[in-house]
Design a protein around this ligand. Structure first.
Ligand code: FES
Length: 355
């Protein structure tokens, strides 16, 4: 089934990056400018048919809010079918792209002081936030702490240097390297909660300055950094995080409970209309069942990480196999991820239009 949620975009330029990565720059036709407008921190979902199979992957936007193009950063993942395909694309190729999504966002306007903490390809949404905030908010400040293995694996080094040159007083960056010695010993090592704690303790970074922190990297890094930020009394609602900038290798699901209902009736509300499917929760998720029934639900990673399939339970109960993106308050408010949900009641009503 071809999804109507995608638009064919042409690659305007390819900017190779160190660390076996690249940036794909898309031209946005005039009639799609509104559809593809974005809030810094959001991502695009790209689609390709590889060996006869339709594959989707999400990549964070790394361009600035005011740029007249959209750019995503992609690092090759060993064995990653999509990333290997994406790194073979060239200027002039077209690829189906879903409009921007995501809630790891820094809405523009006002004056802010943000701490951005990125590891590896997690730099992409942070770069967009840094560029956009510095360009659009003349009194705002950004501190970026960016962790990589080696100097040779740092993505977007030129873009970061350019920000340093342009915004000398409002942008500062600390590069941390885990497999190479740095000139400043404190900057050698992995970016994690302990290391961030040392940066705070020694006054290299002042945690009291920040309105909010944005974290993007692998899950262990996010968890430990979140703990440190909470310890230094940054309030939870001002700590935003996203699991990496790409979802090429979804983690394994947890074991399912035995309460999942076979033969459940699931009503789906989407784009103002209602459809009903019947499904066996022991065998498939709501997303898989809906796809099998020919419904065009929004999804990207199918791994509980991107939140594209977020919907609200308005009747009945469901459980998720895993969840790396919904926050506690969203679960309490009844939101779930269709790609991970299995009905626990005979009837389940899911509203994809609920915000
Ligand atoms: S499609 Fe990514 S969380 Fe469901």
């Amino acid at each position: 089934m071809t999804s109507t949620r995608f638009h064919n975009l042409t690659i305007q330029a390819v900017r190779p990056q160190s660390g076996d990565a690249t940036a794909l720059r898309f031209a946005i036709p005039e009639d799609l400018k509104q559809t593809f407008s974005f809030i810094p921190g959001q991502y695009l979902t790209l689609m390709a048919t590889i060996d006869g199979e339709e594959i989707r992957r999400s990549y964070s936007i790394c361009s600035a809010h005011l740029d007249n193009f959209l750019e995503v950063g992609i690092r090759r993942v060993e064995g990653g079918r999509f990333s290997n395909h994406a790194l073979s694309l060239k200027a002039g190729d077209t690829i189906p792209v879903m409009p921007p999504e995501g809630r790891f966002t820094a809405p523009l306007g006002g004056k802010h002081n943000y701490l951005l903490l990125a590891a590896g390809s997690g730099i992409t949404p942070c770069l967009s936030i840094a560029k956009s905030v510095l360009e659009s908010e003349e009194d705002s400040e950004i501190t970026l702490v960016y962790g990589n293995r080696t100097a040779g694996s740092v993505m977007f080094l030129d873009d970061i240097s350019d920000l340093k040159d342009r915004y000398t007083k409002r942008f500062s960056v600390i590069h941390m390297l885990s497999r190479e010695q740095t000139e400043v010993p404190l900057f050698s090592g992995r970016l994690d909660g302990d290391h961030l704690h040392r940066l705070f303790e020694r006054g290299v970074v002042d945690p009291e300055l920040f309105d909010a922190a944005y974290i993007c990297g692998p899950q262990p890094m996010i968890e430990s950094v979140k703990d440190t930020l909470s310890h230094w009394e940054l309030s939870p609602q001002n700590i935003k995080f996203e699991l990496f900038g790409t979802f090429d290798t979804p983690p394994p699901a947890k074991a399912r409970s035995e309460d999942a209902i076979d033969g459940a009736i699931v009503e789906i509300i989407l784009d103002g209309s209602q459809k009903t499917i019947q499904m066996d929760a022991s065998k498939q998720t709501v997303l898989a069942a809906a796809q099998q029934a020919g419904l065009d639900l929004p999804f990207s990673c199918a791994g509980g990480m991107c939140c594209t399939c977020r919907c609200k339970i308005v009747e009945g109960k469901a459980e998720m196999d895993l969840n790396y993106s919904l926050q506690d308050w969203e679960i309490e408010a009844g939101f779930t991820l269709a790609c991970q949900s299995r009905p626990l009641t005979d009837n389940l009503v899911l509203d994809f239009d609920a915000s």
